[in-house]
Design a protein around this ligand. Structure first.
Ligand code: SF4
Length: 280
Protein backbone atom coordinates (compact mmCIF):
# COMPACT_ATOMS: atom_id res chain seq x y z
CA UNK A 1 0.00 0.00 0.00
CA UNK A 2 1.13 3.53 -0.70
CA UNK A 3 1.69 4.66 2.88
CA UNK A 4 4.02 3.86 5.73
CA UNK A 5 1.79 3.95 8.82
CA UNK A 6 -1.74 2.71 9.31
CA UNK A 7 -4.07 2.43 12.27
CA UNK A 8 -7.12 0.18 12.67
CA UNK A 9 -9.11 0.49 15.91
CA UNK A 10 -11.12 -2.61 14.90
CA UNK A 11 -10.36 -5.79 12.99
CA UNK A 12 -13.00 -7.60 10.98
CA UNK A 13 -15.71 -5.58 9.26
CA UNK A 14 -19.46 -6.05 9.44
CA UNK A 15 -19.85 -4.41 6.03
CA UNK A 16 -18.74 -7.72 4.52
CA UNK A 17 -18.15 -6.52 0.96
CA UNK A 18 -17.75 -9.50 -1.37
CA UNK A 19 -14.60 -7.95 -2.89
CA UNK A 20 -12.99 -6.96 0.42
CA UNK A 21 -9.21 -7.15 0.10
CA UNK A 22 -8.92 -7.63 3.86
CA UNK A 23 -10.11 -11.21 3.40
CA UNK A 24 -6.62 -11.83 1.97
CA UNK A 25 -5.01 -10.51 5.19
CA UNK A 26 -7.33 -12.73 7.24
CA UNK A 27 -6.41 -15.81 5.25
CA UNK A 28 -2.72 -15.05 5.69
CA UNK A 29 -3.31 -14.84 9.46
CA UNK A 30 -5.16 -18.18 9.50
CA UNK A 31 -8.49 -16.53 10.25
CA UNK A 32 -11.68 -17.22 8.24
CA UNK A 33 -11.90 -15.24 4.99
CA UNK A 34 -15.17 -16.80 3.81
CA UNK A 35 -18.74 -15.95 4.86
CA UNK A 36 -17.65 -15.96 8.50
CA UNK A 37 -15.54 -12.82 7.91
CA UNK A 38 -17.31 -9.87 9.52
CA UNK A 39 -19.53 -11.95 11.78
CA UNK A 40 -17.37 -10.93 14.73
CA UNK A 41 -15.29 -7.81 15.29
CA UNK A 42 -12.11 -7.55 17.32
CA UNK A 43 -12.11 -4.37 19.39
CA UNK A 44 -8.80 -2.76 20.42
CA UNK A 45 -10.13 -1.20 23.59
CA UNK A 46 -6.84 0.51 24.58
CA UNK A 47 -5.89 1.68 21.08
CA UNK A 48 -6.06 5.41 21.86
CA UNK A 49 -3.87 5.07 24.98
CA UNK A 50 -1.25 3.12 23.03
CA UNK A 51 -1.41 5.63 20.17
CA UNK A 52 -0.87 8.54 22.55
CA UNK A 53 2.19 6.80 24.01
CA UNK A 54 3.60 5.96 20.58
CA UNK A 55 3.16 9.50 19.25
CA UNK A 56 4.91 10.90 22.34
CA UNK A 57 8.13 9.03 21.55
CA UNK A 58 10.97 11.49 20.93
CA UNK A 59 11.84 9.57 17.75
CA UNK A 60 8.36 9.97 16.23
CA UNK A 61 8.62 12.19 13.14
CA UNK A 62 4.94 13.24 12.92
CA UNK A 63 4.46 11.23 9.75
CA UNK A 64 1.08 10.78 8.08
CA UNK A 65 -1.05 7.90 9.45
CA UNK A 66 -3.81 6.24 7.44
CA UNK A 67 -6.83 5.25 9.51
CA UNK A 68 -8.96 2.37 8.26
CA UNK A 69 -6.79 0.64 5.69
CA UNK A 70 -7.56 -2.84 7.02
CA UNK A 71 -11.11 -2.40 8.28
CA UNK A 72 -13.69 0.36 8.17
CA UNK A 73 -13.04 2.58 11.23
CA UNK A 74 -16.77 3.45 11.35
CA UNK A 75 -18.17 0.06 12.31
CA UNK A 76 -21.58 0.11 13.98
CA UNK A 77 -19.80 -0.72 17.29
CA UNK A 78 -17.91 2.56 16.98
CA UNK A 79 -21.20 4.12 18.11
CA UNK A 80 -20.63 2.40 21.46
CA UNK A 81 -16.84 2.24 21.85
CA UNK A 82 -15.89 5.57 20.19
CA UNK A 83 -12.33 4.29 19.65
CA UNK A 84 -11.90 5.90 16.23
CA UNK A 85 -13.05 9.20 17.70
CA UNK A 86 -10.59 8.82 20.60
CA UNK A 87 -7.74 8.21 18.12
CA UNK A 88 -8.69 11.30 16.11
CA UNK A 89 -8.58 13.30 19.35
CA UNK A 90 -5.04 12.03 19.96
CA UNK A 91 -3.95 13.06 16.45
CA UNK A 92 -5.56 16.47 17.01
CA UNK A 93 -3.88 16.97 20.37
CA UNK A 94 -0.39 16.31 18.99
CA UNK A 95 -1.04 17.95 15.56
CA UNK A 96 -0.26 14.75 13.65
CA UNK A 97 -1.36 14.48 10.00
CA UNK A 98 -3.77 11.68 9.10
CA UNK A 99 -6.09 10.39 6.42
CA UNK A 100 -9.24 8.29 6.87
CA UNK A 101 -10.73 5.76 4.45
CA UNK A 102 -14.35 4.83 5.12
CA UNK A 103 -17.73 3.80 3.80
CA UNK A 104 -19.37 4.93 7.04
CA UNK A 105 -21.49 8.10 7.21
CA UNK A 106 -21.14 7.87 11.01
CA UNK A 107 -18.01 9.98 10.50
CA UNK A 108 -20.19 13.13 10.55
CA UNK A 109 -20.50 12.59 14.33
CA UNK A 110 -16.78 13.47 14.54
CA UNK A 111 -16.84 16.63 12.42
CA UNK A 112 -15.96 18.73 15.47
CA UNK A 113 -12.71 16.79 16.02
CA UNK A 114 -11.91 16.72 12.29
CA UNK A 115 -12.33 20.50 12.11
CA UNK A 116 -10.00 21.09 15.05
CA UNK A 117 -7.46 18.58 13.71
CA UNK A 118 -7.56 20.16 10.23
CA UNK A 119 -6.54 23.50 11.75
CA UNK A 120 -3.41 21.87 13.20
CA UNK A 121 -2.24 19.30 10.64
CA UNK A 122 -3.00 17.94 7.19
CA UNK A 123 -6.24 15.92 7.39
CA UNK A 124 -8.12 14.21 4.58
CA UNK A 125 -11.04 11.81 4.32
CA UNK A 126 -11.68 9.44 1.42
CA UNK A 127 -15.12 7.91 0.98
CA UNK A 128 -15.10 4.63 -0.91
CA UNK A 129 -17.94 4.90 -3.43
CA UNK A 130 -17.35 2.46 -6.28
CA UNK A 131 -20.85 2.71 -7.73
CA UNK A 132 -24.29 4.27 -7.43
CA UNK A 133 -25.89 1.32 -9.20
CA UNK A 134 -28.32 -0.02 -6.57
CA UNK A 135 -28.17 -3.59 -7.80
CA UNK A 136 -24.38 -3.71 -7.72
CA UNK A 137 -24.27 -1.98 -4.32
CA UNK A 138 -26.77 -4.39 -2.73
CA UNK A 139 -25.01 -7.47 -4.04
CA UNK A 140 -21.41 -6.49 -3.39
CA UNK A 141 -21.52 -4.17 -0.34
CA UNK A 142 -24.43 -5.84 1.48
CA UNK A 143 -24.15 -4.23 4.92
CA UNK A 144 -22.92 -0.76 4.06
CA UNK A 145 -24.87 2.49 4.16
CA UNK A 146 -26.33 3.51 0.80
CA UNK A 147 -23.68 5.30 -1.27
CA UNK A 148 -25.89 8.41 -1.40
CA UNK A 149 -25.62 8.56 2.42
CA UNK A 150 -21.85 8.60 1.97
CA UNK A 151 -22.19 11.47 -0.51
CA UNK A 152 -24.22 13.42 2.06
CA UNK A 153 -21.35 12.88 4.49
CA UNK A 154 -18.89 14.23 1.88
CA UNK A 155 -20.98 17.41 1.69
CA UNK A 156 -21.18 17.77 5.47
CA UNK A 157 -17.39 17.50 5.81
CA UNK A 158 -16.59 19.80 2.90
CA UNK A 159 -19.08 22.41 4.17
CA UNK A 160 -17.28 22.31 7.52
CA UNK A 161 -13.95 22.94 5.76
CA UNK A 162 -12.54 19.38 5.89
CA UNK A 163 -10.93 17.87 2.77
CA UNK A 164 -13.08 14.96 1.54
CA UNK A 165 -12.65 13.05 -1.68
CA UNK A 166 -14.20 10.00 -3.36
CA UNK A 167 -12.34 6.78 -4.16
CA UNK A 168 -14.16 4.75 -6.81
CA UNK A 169 -12.81 1.39 -5.74
CA UNK A 170 -13.03 -1.29 -6.60
CA UNK A 171 -14.52 -0.95 -10.08
CA UNK A 172 -15.70 -4.38 -11.20
CA UNK A 173 -15.01 -5.19 -14.86
CA UNK A 174 -18.21 -5.92 -16.80
CA UNK A 175 -20.34 -4.98 -13.76
CA UNK A 176 -19.67 -1.40 -12.67
CA UNK A 177 -17.38 -0.06 -15.41
CA UNK A 178 -19.91 1.05 -18.02
CA UNK A 179 -19.33 4.70 -19.06
CA UNK A 180 -22.75 5.79 -17.78
CA UNK A 181 -22.10 4.12 -14.40
CA UNK A 182 -18.77 5.92 -14.05
CA UNK A 183 -20.32 9.22 -15.11
CA UNK A 184 -23.08 8.88 -12.52
CA UNK A 185 -20.58 8.60 -9.67
CA UNK A 186 -18.34 11.43 -10.89
CA UNK A 187 -21.33 13.73 -11.42
CA UNK A 188 -22.69 12.93 -7.95
CA UNK A 189 -19.25 13.45 -6.39
CA UNK A 190 -19.09 16.89 -8.00
CA UNK A 191 -22.58 17.75 -6.75
CA UNK A 192 -21.57 16.61 -3.26
CA UNK A 193 -18.54 18.94 -3.36
CA UNK A 194 -15.84 16.25 -3.31
CA UNK A 195 -12.36 17.79 -3.34
CA UNK A 196 -10.93 15.01 -5.53
CA UNK A 197 -11.73 11.66 -7.12
CA UNK A 198 -9.81 8.58 -8.21
CA UNK A 199 -10.64 5.08 -9.41
CA UNK A 200 -9.08 1.66 -9.17
CA UNK A 201 -9.94 -1.78 -10.50
CA UNK A 202 -10.71 -4.87 -8.47
CA UNK A 203 -7.76 -6.95 -7.34
CA UNK A 204 -8.13 -10.52 -6.15
CA UNK A 205 -5.55 -11.93 -3.80
CA UNK A 206 -5.97 -15.41 -2.27
CA UNK A 207 -8.71 -15.23 0.35
CA UNK A 208 -10.59 -12.51 -1.50
CA UNK A 209 -10.44 -14.35 -4.81
CA UNK A 210 -12.33 -17.52 -3.73
CA UNK A 211 -15.02 -15.56 -1.91
CA UNK A 212 -15.59 -13.01 -4.65
CA UNK A 213 -15.74 -15.59 -7.44
CA UNK A 214 -18.21 -17.68 -5.42
CA UNK A 215 -20.54 -14.68 -5.15
CA UNK A 216 -19.97 -13.75 -8.78
CA UNK A 217 -21.09 -17.24 -9.82
CA UNK A 218 -24.36 -16.67 -7.92
CA UNK A 219 -25.01 -13.05 -8.86
CA UNK A 220 -23.58 -12.64 -12.36
CA UNK A 221 -22.77 -16.13 -13.70
CA UNK A 222 -22.53 -14.74 -17.23
CA UNK A 223 -19.48 -12.69 -16.13
CA UNK A 224 -17.47 -15.70 -14.95
CA UNK A 225 -15.68 -16.31 -18.27
CA UNK A 226 -14.54 -12.66 -18.34
CA UNK A 227 -13.10 -12.92 -14.81
CA UNK A 228 -11.49 -16.26 -15.53
CA UNK A 229 -9.75 -14.65 -18.48
CA UNK A 230 -8.80 -11.38 -16.74
CA UNK A 231 -7.59 -12.99 -13.52
CA UNK A 232 -6.18 -16.13 -15.17
CA UNK A 233 -3.24 -18.02 -13.65
CA UNK A 234 -4.22 -16.63 -10.25
CA UNK A 235 -3.21 -13.12 -11.33
CA UNK A 236 -4.29 -10.74 -8.55
CA UNK A 237 -3.85 -7.35 -10.22
CA UNK A 238 -4.90 -6.28 -13.70
CA UNK A 239 -2.28 -4.76 -15.94
CA UNK A 240 -1.84 -1.27 -17.35
CA UNK A 241 -3.83 -2.22 -20.45
CA UNK A 242 -6.94 -2.58 -18.24
CA UNK A 243 -6.06 0.03 -15.60
CA UNK A 244 -5.14 2.94 -17.82
CA UNK A 245 -8.35 3.17 -19.86
CA UNK A 246 -10.38 3.29 -16.62
CA UNK A 247 -8.16 5.94 -15.07
CA UNK A 248 -8.25 7.96 -18.30
CA UNK A 249 -12.05 7.81 -18.41
CA UNK A 250 -12.47 8.87 -14.80
CA UNK A 251 -9.78 11.56 -15.22
CA UNK A 252 -11.60 12.97 -18.26
CA UNK A 253 -14.94 12.94 -16.39
CA UNK A 254 -13.34 14.65 -13.38
CA UNK A 255 -12.05 17.40 -15.67
CA UNK A 256 -15.39 17.67 -17.47
CA UNK A 257 -17.25 18.15 -14.17
CA UNK A 258 -14.49 20.31 -12.70
CA UNK A 259 -13.79 18.25 -9.60
CA UNK A 260 -11.23 20.02 -7.46
CA UNK A 261 -10.88 21.53 -4.03
CA UNK A 262 -13.72 24.08 -4.02
CA UNK A 263 -14.16 24.34 -0.27
CA UNK A 264 -15.37 27.80 0.76
CA UNK A 265 -13.53 27.37 4.05
CA UNK A 266 -10.18 25.61 3.51
CA UNK A 267 -9.03 24.50 6.94
CA UNK A 268 -5.27 24.01 7.02
CA UNK A 269 -2.45 24.05 9.55
CA UNK A 270 -0.49 27.28 9.97
CA UNK A 271 2.36 27.67 7.50
CA UNK A 272 5.73 26.40 8.69
CA UNK A 273 7.85 29.27 10.03
CA UNK A 274 10.53 30.21 7.52
CA UNK A 275 14.07 29.30 8.50
CA UNK A 276 16.25 32.38 8.61
CA UNK A 277 19.66 31.71 7.20
CA UNK A 278 22.29 33.55 9.15
CA UNK A 279 25.27 34.30 7.00
CA UNK A 280 28.55 34.27 8.85
S1 SF4 B 1 -16.02 -1.60 4.16
FE1 SF4 B 1 -13.87 -1.91 3.53
S2 SF4 B 1 -12.99 -3.19 5.15
FE2 SF4 B 1 -15.22 -3.33 5.34
S3 SF4 B 1 -15.80 -5.15 4.19
FE3 SF4 B 1 -15.99 -3.40 2.81
S4 SF4 B 1 -14.00 -3.26 1.76
FE4 SF4 B 1 -13.72 -4.57 3.57
Amino acid sequence: MGFKWSLNPYMGCVHRCTFCYVRAFEKRSDRPSDDRYGTSIRVKTNVADVLRRELARPTWQHEQVTVGAATDPYQPVEGKFKLTRACLEVFRDVANPFGIITRGPMIVRDIDVLVEASRRADVSVTFSIPTLDDEVWKRTEPSTAHPRQRLKAVTALVDAGVKASVGMAPILPGISDRPEQLREVVRAAREAGATGIWANLLFLRPGTREHFLEHLAEDWPEQLPLYERLYASRRAYLGAEERNPLRDQVGALAREYGIRDRRKLKLAPPAEPEQLSLGF
